[in-house]
Design a protein around this ligand. Structure first.
Ligand code: SF4
Length: 299
C-alpha cells in the first residue's frame, strides 16, 4: 500500500479530515478533503463531523482551526511549519503600539498567532480587510502585521491606519520587473496578485485577490492565460480546476519554505501517531475567538 492509500485508510479509521492550504505541495493538496485559504479551512474544521482535523498549512492556521473547533483534535504533520509574517508581531509589541494610540481599535490580519488575536478587537482576512476597516466604528485604526496589505487598504479608505512594519518574505520576492517580464511574454494574460505583494507589483496588476478570489476569478473570466502573483503552490490547483487555461507564476522564487514542510509521509505519520496536536490555552482561545466573531458580525 502506498502512502496515499494508507492515509485514506487511516483517515476513515480515525474519522479524520485533511485540510490543505492552497500553497501546499501538489501531492498534499491531492490527498486533502478540502483545499482553501486559512480562514475558509478553519470554518470547514468547525462545520465538519470529523473528530480529527489534519491541518496541512502553517501554525497560525492550525491554531485558528483549534479556536473555532475546540472539541476536535487538530493535528499538524510538521509542527515546525510557522509563518515569519505572523511572528513579526508579538503581544508585547502590540501592547506598546496600543499604548501609543489609546482609543484606536486594533484590526489584526488572520496571519497572526493566537495570543496576538486575543489582544485584538477585530480579526480580518485578506478578502474582507477593507470591509472590516470600513465597518469599524473609528477613524483611526491599528492594523497589524502586514504593511503591504495595510497600505493597500489605506489607499482605499478615508480612515487613518496605523500600520505595523511586517511583511511576508515570500510575497516580497515577487518584483515589478517579474510582472513586466511575464506580461511581455504572455500579453493576453490577466495579472492577479495577492495584497501581501509590494505596492509597485500591485500597481502593475489587473486584479488584487485573496487566494480564494484567485481560485474563483479564472472560472468567470474569458481570458485564456493568467499571471499569478502569489505563492507558487496555488498553480497546481488553478491548473487542475481550469483545464484549457494557462497559469504562469509571477516569480518562480515565490516559494514559502514553511508551506513546503508538510510532506505526504508526514501526513501519514501524523495520522498514524496522532501528532502533533495543536492546542490553544482556553483563556487565549476564548479572547481570540471574540476577535474573529466580531469580524463576522461586521462583514
Ligand atoms: Fe506566512 Fe507568507 Fe508563508 Fe503565508 S506565504 S505562511 S504569509 S510566510
Amino acid at each position: 500500500m502506498d502512502a496515499r492509500d494508507e492515509i485514506l485508510k487511516l483517515k476513515e479509521e480515525r474519522n479524520a479530515i485533511i485540510l490543505s492550504h492552497n500553497y501546499q505541495l501538489p501531492e498534499v493538496q491531492d490527498v486533502a478533503d478540502f483545499l482553501g485559504d486559512s480562514f475558509g479551512l478553519s470554518k470547514k474544521a468547525s462545520e465538519s463531523d470529523a473528530d480529527v482535523i489534519v491541518f496541512c498549512g502553517v501554525k497560525f492556521m492550525a491554531e485558528t482551526a483549534a479556536i473555532l473547533a475546540p472539541k476536535k483534535t487538530v493535528l499538524m504533520p510538521d509542527i515546525q511549519a510557522g509563518c515569519p509574517l505572523a511572528n513579526m508581531i508579538t503581544v508585547e509589541k502590540l501592547k506598546q503600539l496600543q499604548a501609543q494610540h489609546p482609543g484606536a481599535p486594533t484590526v489584526t490580519y488572520v496571519n497572526t498567532n493566537a495570543d496576538v488575536k486575543a489582544e485584538s478587537d477585530y480579526c480580518c482576512t485578506s478578502a474582507n480587510a477593507l470591509k472590516v476597516v470600513e465597518a469599524v466604528d473609528a477613524d483611526e485604526i491599528i492594523f497589524v502585521p502586514d504593511k503591504y496589505l495595510g497600505h493597500y487598504i489605506a489607499g482605499k479608505t478615508d480612515k487613518k491606519l496605523i500600520i505595523w512594519n511586517g511583511y511576508c518574505p515570500t510575497h516580497v520576492k515577487i518584483t515589478a520587473e517579474d510582472i513586466r517580464r511575464q506580461k511581455k511574454a504572455h500579453p493576453k494574460a490577466e495579472v492577479m496578485v495577492h495584497p501581501e505583494c509590494t505596492p509597485d507589483v500591485i500597481e502593475l496588476s489587473d486584479y488584487v485577490f485573496s487566494t480564494g478570489g484567485m481560485c474563483r476569478h479564472p472560472k468567470e473570466s474569458k481570458a485564456p492565460d493568467f499571471i499569478v502573483g502569489t505563492e507558487v503552490g496555488i498553480l497546481h490547483r488553478l491548473a487542475k480546476e481550469n483545464p484549457g487555461k494557462k497559469f504562469y507564476p509571477a516569480s518562480e522564487l515565490a516559494v514559502c519554505p514553511n508551506m513546503k514542510k508538510t510532506t505526504l509521509d508526514k501526513v501519514l505519520l501524523s495520522l498514524k501517531e496522532m501528532k502533533h496536536e495543536v492546542r490553544v490555552p482556553k483563556e487565549i482561545s476564548a479572547r481570540a475567538k471574540k476577535s474573529i466573531e466580531r469580524m463576522l458580525e461586521l462583514v
